[in-house]
Design a protein around this ligand. Sequence first.
Ligand SMILES: [Fe+2]
Length: 260
Amino acid sequence: MRPYTYLDTNAMPWQDTETPGLYTKYLSHDPVNGARTALQCIDPTRGYKPPATAHYHHMDEELLVIKGTFTFDGTTWLGPKAYCFHPAQTVHGFRSRIDDEAWFISRCSKELDFCLYPEAKGDTPYSLTDAQDPRGVTVLADPEVGEWIDVKDSAGSVKLRRRLLSRHPETGEGSMLVRFMPGWESPNGDHFHTVYEELFVLDGTMETDDGHTYGAGTYLFKPPLTVQSRPKSASGALAYINFGGKLDFVPAGRLNEFKN
Ligand SMILES: [Fe+2]
């Protein structure tokens, strides 16, 4: 499991990689299975060339676009907030193209590999294995369109809206966008989850009762049983949240029960 991580990604320098025009900010890394989350920048004006043929990976790959646009198939352009989930061994990237600098969050479920696959057929992502991944391929060019669920307070006011992006039907692991309305305050006091939670603030600002402020570009990785202060958002915020299973809320006072 990755350790607790808190980063202001705005303050981090881009690191060069072995690929021209590809720059990275490493956010977190699991030393056991190699899973990692990174903020990536690809810039064709500085030499980035998208792969000329399709490819696949041996790990699940998840992307959320932060800025700019690019396409994997030459047809569907992915702009800010666009989302992709490619299970391991999904052939994709048939006609990748990018015209200007783009940033995206990249999540890999284990050590990243990259397998070019020039013999790919068609232009629709497909699996190289007979066993279909139960989470399946997800490509959402515009998550603003689709099923947003309103969460209301006791007076009937919408306090937050959430949009599930994808979720494993058995483990519950998945991702969502959450829009916290101005003035939102969590109904949960100091609490923890029994699963990990990973959060990237896309816009706006969040705060916690213990005095922390998390602006756009903040990244957090909270392992299971990480006690957190009550979150709130005076001005509103949008966050991309990944969770390791059903996101439960357990009062901090019960922590010893779960640690034993
Ligand atoms: Fe890929």
